[in-house]
Design a protein around this ligand. Structure first.
Ligand code: SF4
Length: 106
């Protein structure tokens, strides 16, 4: 869920508690930018990734490369959704702290 849309400035802001998983945070924000670009009549927004505890702010623009990357990942998700059975989960290092661990590992 989007953390904040800064009205009047065309900025979607995403706030993270740490910069540990920066790439996934950037892709999450890229998806929001992509979604609004496609759904809201090509409205171009800027993305702002804020990590207040680390005093960091990064800006994300929806470039053509990033747009293609988002579309590639959406296709991967659609492919999984089209399977008659979901793939078996694979335990990875993030599982211990993941908010979904009860769904994957019960
Ligand atoms: S617990 Fe989280 S990180 Fe691990 S497989 Fe499930 S969703 Fe992925």
């Amino acid at each position: 869920m989007i953390d904040n849309i800064i009205s009047g400035s065309q900025i979607i802001a995403e706030v993270k508690s740490s910069g540990k998983h920066l790439q996934s945070a950037k892709m999450q924000l890229a998806f929001y930018l992509y979604y609004y670009f496609k759904k809201e009549k090509n409205t171009i927004l800027k993305g702002k990734l804020r990590i207040p505890l680390e005093k960091k702010t990064l800006f994300v623009d929806l470039t053509e490369d990033l747009e293609r990357e988002v579309e590639k990942r959406i296709a991967m998700v659609e492919n999984i959704l089209s399977l008659s059975n979901p793939p078996k989960p694979v335990r990875i290092q993030y599982c211990k702290r993941c908010a979904y661990k009860e769904i994957c590992w019960v």
